[in-house]
Design a protein around this ligand. Structure first.
Ligand code: MLT
Length: 203
């Protein structure tokens, strides 16, 4: 589907929850559907494809080098994705408060950027392999927002210290943040998915 400004998948669910799945570099709207099914088989799935192509690999915003972001493009793409979520809520009749965002890598970074720029859009988020997307001039009010963060101690792309800085920033902004670090690289491991599912089940 290409409505609402983003190529995306929407799969209705049997519960009120919607999982907003944001893929990593080189993924697409299909990449995280199996993960969504594993995390919550009854949830609806909303899964957009990032609009940027980096040598043919889809991303949610441009980068100048690995880990060095094009901040102007990040701002534009963050606003566009936040607007997509707002419109999708209306279009598909979703409950904004029941959307759980699950972002992996580049998808986790744009989710963090939405949290910092549009604090009223994402109420619950799982940020898998995330880093600080940009340094906000002022922290937003993220009171009532729940965030679960998973980092890999051996991740060559995302240093643990950077993920820790993000966790601190989000909790300083008032979010309820739980951060875990695993003996893992950039790829997700089964251990963390079991814990992620447990956190989701307890929401
Ligand atoms: C990014 O560019 O968002 C991060 O470096 C993660 C990735 O490689 O996608």
């Amino acid at each position: 589907m290409t409505e609402l400004g983003f190529v995306h998948q929407f799969i209705p669910g049997s519960s009120e929850r919607t999982l907003l799945m944001l893929h990593g570099t080189g993924g697409d709207e299909e990449q995280l559907i199996p993960l969504a099914r594993e995390l919550d088989p009854g949830a609806a799935i909303l899964s957009p494809r990032g609009k940027i192509s980096e040598n043919g690999s889809a991303r949610f915003f441009r980068r100048l080098a690995e880990g060095v972001f094009d901040l102007e493009d990040l701002r534009v793409q963050t606003d566009a994705l936040a607007e997509f979520v707002r419109q999708a809520v209306h279009h598909y009749g979703l409950d904004l408060g029941k959307i759980v965002t699950v972002g992996y890598s580049n998808g986790a970074n744009i989710a963090a950027s939405i949290l910092l720029r549009h604090p009223d859009v994402l109420r619950t988020a799982m940020l898998l392999r995330a880093m600080v997307p940009f340094q906000p001039e002022e922290l937003p009010d993220l009171g009532g927002v729940e965030i679960w963060i998973a980092g890999g101690n051996q991740d060559p792309l995302i240093p643990r210290l950077n993920t820790e800085r993000l966790a601190e920033m989000l909790s300083e902004a008032g979010a309820e943040v739980t951060a875990h670090f695993f003996e893992a690289g950039h790829a997700l491991t089964n251990t963390e998915l079991v814990l992620a599912k447990r956190w989701l089940d307890a929401l």
